[in-house]
Ligand binder design. Sequence first.
Ligand SMILES: Cc1cc2nc3c(=O)[nH]c(=O)nc-3n(C[C@H](O)[C@H](O)[C@H](O)COP(=O)(O)OP(=O)(O)OC[C@H]3O[C@@H](n4cnc5c(N)ncnc54)[C@H](O)[C@@H]3O)c2cc1C
Length: 372
Amino acid sequence: MTSPFAVSQGEQRFVDAARDLAPQFAAAADEHDREATLPIANLTALHKAGLDMAAMPVDRGGAGLSYQALGEILRIVGKACPSTACVWMMHLGAAQALVTYGPPFYADELRDGKRFANALSEPTGGNLFLMPLQRAEPVAGGYELDGAKRFVSGCEIADHFLVNALLDDGPGFFGVPSDDSVEMVPIWDSMGLRGTRSQLLNFRNTLLRQENRCLITDPLAPNIIALGLPWLSIGVAEAALDALTEHARKRVVPTTGKPVGDLQWVQFDAADSHVKLLAARTLAERSLWLADHNAPGALEAAVEAKLYANQVAKNIAEFGLRVGGGSGYLRSSPIQRHFRDAQAGALMAFSVEVCRDMLGKRLMGSQTDTTQ
Ligand SMILES: Cc1cc2nc3c(=O)[nH]c(=O)nc-3n(C[C@H](O)[C@H](O)[C@H](O)COP(=O)(O)OP(=O)(O)OC[C@H]3O[C@@H](n4cnc5c(N)ncnc54)[C@H](O)[C@@H]3O)c2cc1C
């Protein structure tokens, strides 16, 4: 009997395509981290494998890939190169909104290999990326935005941005082309996920065209980013566990003459890590199952899955540092990169603290809304 969360036979070819690409992504991951370069070749390869359009709805020319299959693909890509997974997930998330709720040409753009990015987070808004504070003023043809968006992964190669702004009747979402009114400010010299190059963008009286408005009726409906974020952390956690296991099997402790993996504390922590990872995957798979079956509670389940997966990734990556000792602390070891990469998931909205806040309030029946 297969798992209720197994990817269907019909969608296995998309997962296989990602699995075929993973070794080359993994081989370049250290270099993208060291040089802080965008993994453009990887993103192009994902597009050529048909995985961009696969994730789009059937009525817009996509394959209507299930979230279950997409989660598995993000896990595989995230384990090989988390920067690639992050930029690609943001690209797909922005494209999903514009292709589904925007004008039809966005599907053609995606099919042609054009790149998308999410410009939602504001310098003063932090985690509250769905509640923009920056107001766009009505002008002929739409609205004008004079403001900034922060941490826009993959912005330097984006052709289209998904941008939100406060309008008279609340938040509005628009597709905005990368033109001269959008100025990139290079802030991204980060600790981890260095290949995402998530820079700051200044929008200088940028026209948010009425015809490119994205009529998202419910920004909290299941979507690629909310459901995909736990998988970035799961990918990093798996890579960290593999790297520490390899080290523990090979490195001999000078005082005992036996491998590090023979130490009891390492075996105990390895067992805990394994089970935590299984639990994180199961929580994330459950959220995807709910979304694929249009069942209520998918978004709440995604928040629970993200909260746990982010913490598990940090936890296992820290175990890796302990197992690696001085060798794992060196730049030449993958252990230190996994540790740095593992921190990012917990910071990305909704952060671990905000997830705990939301969940804790629900459990306690608290009426205070600190996310506003
Ligand atoms: C690697 C990476 C890639 C990203 N890519 C993109 C992208 O492509 N597009 C995009 O739009 N954004 C992106 N972001 C932005 C991200 O999703 C968050 O919106 C942003 O990081 C939040 O801002 P901040 O980190 O300044 O945190 P702040 O929101 O300023 O939070 C500061 C601290 O306060 C805590 N906090 C905040 N609010 C609450 C609350 N209500 N209750 C309890 N604690 C709270 C936070 O947990 C954190 O510890 C990216 C971020 C990272 C790290």
